[in-house]
Design a protein around this ligand. Sequence first.
Ligand code: ZN
Length: 184
Amino acid sequence: MLLPIVQYGHPTLRKVSGDVTKDYDGLDKLISDMWDTMYKAEGIGLAAPQIGRNIRLFVIDATCLKDDHPEVADFKRVFLNAHILESSEKLVDSAEGCLSLPGINETVKRSEWVKVRYTNVETFEEKEEIIDGYCAIVFQHEYDHLEGKVFTDHLGALKKRLIKGKLTSISAGKVRTHYRVLLP
Ligand code: ZN
């Protein structure tokens, strides 16, 4: 089932999301709906706050970018209850966009690698892992959504001022998308 994607300005994008327990109602269906929604919108990641739920869940399928970034060749994953434990001081440039901020593409800084803890969605066991390269960049973008952040928060003051009008247009529903949206 396709879900509408929450647009910039909606309060769920600004809340810190909480962990989920094993008995969270309809988790499997929710994940399946998030995959459908992400693929239909042609995104490479989708976080639960973007479909209006403040829970620590996101899905990523960056495999389509494998020609540019070989390390994402099998990076199709569900991350539940993700927490970043450590991140590299070394930062890299990352050109990003977001289904909740259509039409905005900007370069931000991301850590080169992150050490993360998350729950395996099938076994409900906790796992720790170091994620690096382009996988780390996509992970950090989605992880921001769980922390109530969006990628443009990482821009400098001047850039922020330059995109302010675009953000207002998104919130007002004036930006056309090929997927269904939920306005603030
Ligand atoms: Zn996003």
